[in-house]
Each structure stands twice: as structure tokens, then as C-alpha cells.
Design a protein around this ligand. Structure first.
Ligand code: ADP
Ligand code: NI
Length: 226
């Protein structure tokens, strides 16, 4: 009972810490993202009774504190956890979980050692997909002055420039196949289909026939269903 109370108290403190920490972030890691990942995690946990709930929730709240895009020394998460007087094995487990999941490290076909890593990866990736994923890609692209699309700059073509639409082909449409848990896969399927129908409509409205073909062959090459 006492242990449970202590954990609830720690979670509350961590929630407030993350809220303050990400408050003014404009790099796609604002607190709204953290909150959605935390909520995704709570949903995914319903289907995974074996996972350590506390480690999962803490990892969700803290997963972007040391994101490389935020130019930290990589120790902010650890310092915060130390300040809570937690058991060192728990601190270790949370740090390991967070460390495992970055897309650049784990790639499109990640192999995770623990269920907590799988859950965190799924919870974070879901937030890059679907309607919210589309909004985040647009936000990110515009903040970097990227164009939406350049007609003859196809994804991964030689010298292809970074555009928002190319980001779908280079990352967002691949996320579905990187999902690790049953309920993560199920939700990713829906969000994937929504992105595909967005792209179809986007190309159709502008009569971008070449791009429609690229999307079709991308989907069949990746054995994705529409
Ligand atoms: P994560 O929260 O998974 O760590 P990232 O830091 O990789 O996500 O990116 C934050 C958000 O910005 C994501 O939704 C991602 O899809 C989007 N994003 C990243 N790079 C680009 C890009 N080159 N163009 C458009 N959107 C991007
Ligand atoms: Ni994230």
C-alpha cells in the first residue's frame, strides 16, 4: 500500500516536471505530445498485463527529456530520477527503456529486449501517425521552411530535397511495420490507412498522377493494404 502511494506520488511529480520541461518546446516535443504518448501508453497497457506499469508510465513521461533535438547533455532524465530518491534498479530500467526506442537507433525493424521497450516504442510511434501525425509533420516542415512538396523531387530520388510529403515515404508510412504489440499494431493499422487516404486525396486534388503512381507502387512494394 505504502509502495503504491509512493509510486503514485512519483508519477504525479514526474507529470508536473515533464509539463514544465516541455512547456515552451516548438520542435515537435511539446507537452501535448508527451501527454498523448502517456495516454497511448495507458491504453496499450490494458492489453499487456506482464509489463511493469510504473516503468512504462515513467518512461512515457520522460522519453523526450534528453532528445538529441533538444541539445541536452543527455543526463537530464537521470538527474531528475536521482532527485526522486528512487531505487537504482528502477532508475536503470527506466533509462534503458527510453534509450532503446529512438527511430535512428532502432530503425524500421527494431528488436527490443523488453516488453516495456516495445510498449514505449509503440506509444511514441502512434503519435507520429494518423491525423495527429499529419499535423506534426506539417508543423515540423513549416518550422524548418520545408516546402510541402516539390513536383519532380520524388522520395529518395537522387538529391531529393526534404519536403513534408517525402517525409511520409521516408518514415511515416514505414511505422506500421515497426509496431511491436498486438494493440499497437491494431491502432497503427487505422492510423496508417488514414495517412494513405490523406495522400491519395492530396495527389488527386492536384492531379499529381506521377505521385499517385509512386504511392501505389510504394504500398505494393511494402505489401501494405489500402
Ligand atoms: P519522436 O517524437 O518520435 O522522437 P521526431 O523527433 O523524430 O519524433 O520528430 C518529431 C515530429 O516531427 C514527428 O511527428 C515527425 O514525424 C516529424 N518530423 C521529423 N522530421 C521531419 C521532416 N523532415 N519533415 C516533416 N516532419 C518531420
Ligand atoms: Ni516522442
Amino acid at each position: 500500500m505504502e509502495r503504491k502511494l509512493k509510486m503514485e506520488n512519483i508519477l504525479e511529480k514526474t507529470y508536473e516536471f515533464a509539463k514544465k520541461y516541455h512547456e515552451s518546446d516548438r520542435s515537435g516535443h511539446d507537452f501535448a505530445h508527451i501527454k498523448r504518448v502517456y495516454e497511448n501508453m495507458n491504453k496499450l497497457l490494458q492489453g499487456e498485463q506482464m509489463a511493469d506499469r510504473f516503468v512504462c508510465q515513467m518512461s512515457a513521461l520522460l522519453h523526450d527529456v534528453d532528445d538529441h533535438k533538444l541539445y541536452t547533455d543527455g543526463k537530464n532524465t537521470e538527474r531528475f530520477l536521482q532527485s526522486l530518491n528512487m531505487d537504482s534498479h528502477l532508475i536503470e530500467k527506466i533509462l534503458e527503456t527510453i534509450d532503446a526506442i529512438s527511430f535512428s537507433k532502432s530503425g524500421a525493424h527494431p528488436q527490443f529486449k523488453t516488453i516495456e521497450m516495445k510498449l514505449l516504442s509503440d506509444a511514441d510511434k502512434l503519435d507520429a501517425m494518423g491525423a495527429i501525425g499529419i499535423c506534426r509533420a506539417l508543423n515540423f516542415g513549416f518550422s524548418k521552411q520545408q516546402p510541402l512538396l516539390i513536383e519532380n523531387e520524388f522520395p529518395k530520388s537522387e538529391n531529393s530535397k526534404k519536403t513534408v510529403i517525402n517525409h511520409f515515404f521516408e518514415k511515416l508510412l514505414l511505422l506500421k511495420d515497426a509496431m511491436q504489440t498486438v494493440s499497437g499494431k491494431r491502432e497503427a493499422e487505422k492510423r496508417h490507412l488514414f495517412m494513405v487516404s490523406f495522400l491519395k486525396q492530396f495527389f488527386a486534388e492536384q492531379n499529381l498522377v506521377e505521385w499517385q503512381k509512386i504511392l501505389d507502387s510504394f504500398l505494393s512494394a511494402n505489401k501494405m493494404q489500402e
